[in-house]
Design a protein around this ligand. Structure first.
Ligand SMILES: [Zn+2]
Length: 373
């Protein structure tokens, strides 16, 4: 009798120390390429996972969503799931394994149609700036809003003083623009004149970054664009920041700020929403559109975002989220957490020292334009 107690205690220890029965309801996940898997069970909120093991204490029907990173597209499910819909359901009634396969979206390919009238050094500049931006701000193939596949960009440049619209058969009498498309390629028209190519005129370089950024906007938004002050103001901001970062030229962006009648421009701020009225206001009150986009980054920073995060939201995420919704003011509220009218009213708080809205000198374009960051 006196040995019974230790025996019982010994038994208990033996049982509790033994290998626990492993749960049968396990979902193993893995990812090929760059993306994640979201899952939810019942009305549980979606949880994001990539690779790993999820355990359940009973049989569950698990709802899965494939979440490609930007620059990637979902391809298919593998393992115990199949098909290529973004969402699928797996019944976890024992140990299950699911793989999501993501493929990289190909970059837009640039082809150059540079007329012999263009000086050699400017031809080199066009190619150098574009190949630099292909790394700094990658642009991907996309399917446009009317179902057309865009796989590249055809760049055209010529000296109008020497030759009169030499590509008009292909691209019409276009001047400086992203103007439509030919054969699944966006047309980048870089018409030049001798006076614009003079040494002092930095706009000859800025123009290339400006038009490139339009390609970037189109590629992210699948050509769902926005108000004039966002489309053009951001392209102008990028052209100016490009010169600051790669040509060490800070005067260029400051010049935009010195030629604005801020009070008048804000009084007629809605005229900057549409192209026709905006160009009219440029003539009367100056170009306030760069200032507007930069104020937006400052407001986002005062709400707690870092400088890089605020620029990413304005210059990248906004265009990505434009996808499919034609009302830019609705997207504006969703993405920035403030409505357009409140934003317009806030502009006056920044006009005493407009240059204070410029980003820090450390800010690099790649930090907010690269798709994977
Ligand atoms: Zn433009």
């Amino acid at each position: 009798m006196k040995y019974l107690f230790p025996t019982i205690i010994g038994l208990c220890i033996l049982i509790s120390c033994g290998t626990e029965p492993s749960p049968v309801y396990i979902l193993n996940t893995s990812v090929n390429g760059e993306g994640q898997i979201g899952y939810s069970v019942g009305d549980m909120e979606k949880i994001i996972i990539s690779s790993g093991e999820e355990q359940f204490d009973k049989e569950e029907s698990v709802y899965l969503t494939a979440l490609p990173d930007s620059g990637w597209v979902f391809s298919s499910w593998g393992g115990d799931a199949s098909g290529n819909d973004l969402t699928t359901t797996v019944t976890v009634d024992n140990e299950k394994f699911v793989r999501a396969v993501f493929n990289k979206i190909p970059n837009l390919k640039f082809e150059f149609n540079i007329h012999s009238s263009i000086p050699e050094d400017y031809e080199t500049a066009i190619k150098d700036i574009i190949s630099n931006l292909e790394i700094t701000a990658p642009v991907n193939e996309y399917v446009g809003r009317y179902g057309q596949s865009i796989t590249g960009v055809a760049v055209y440049s010529w000296l109008q003083d020497k030759v009169d619209y030499p590509y008009s058969n292909e691209i019409g009498r276009t001047e400086q623009c992203i103007c439509g498309e030919v054969g699944g390629k966006l047309v980048m028209s870089l018409m030049q004149e001798e006076q614009w190519l003079e040494e002092w005129n930095m706009h000859r370089f800025a123009l290339i970054a400006h038009e490139y950024f339009h390609v970037y906007q189109l590629s992210l938004s699948r050509d769902f664009m926005s108000s004039m002050w966002m489309v053009e103001g951001q392209a102008a901001t990028i052209e100016a920041l490009y010169l600051r970062e790669f040509f060490n030229d800070s005067d260029y962006i400051e010049n935009f700020f010195n030629n604005v009648d801020y009070t008048k421009a804000i009084e007629y701020i809605e005229t900057y929403e549409e192209y026709e009225s905006a160009y009219d206001s440029f003539g009367k009150y100056g170009d306030i559109t760069i200032f507007m986009n930069l104020v937006l980054t400052k407001i986002l920073q005062s709400n707690g975002l870092t400088e890089i995060a605020s620029f990413k939201l304005v210059f990248n995420t906004f265009w990505m989220e434009r996808n499919g919704n034609e009302d830019w003011k609705t997207d504006f509220i969703t993405i920035f957490g403030l409505d357009v009218d409140t934003f317009y009213q806030a502009l006056t708080q920044y006009i005493d020292d407009p240059l204070a809205v410029l980003p820090s000198n450390q800010l690099e374009l790649s930090s907010f334009l690269e798709l994977s960051k």
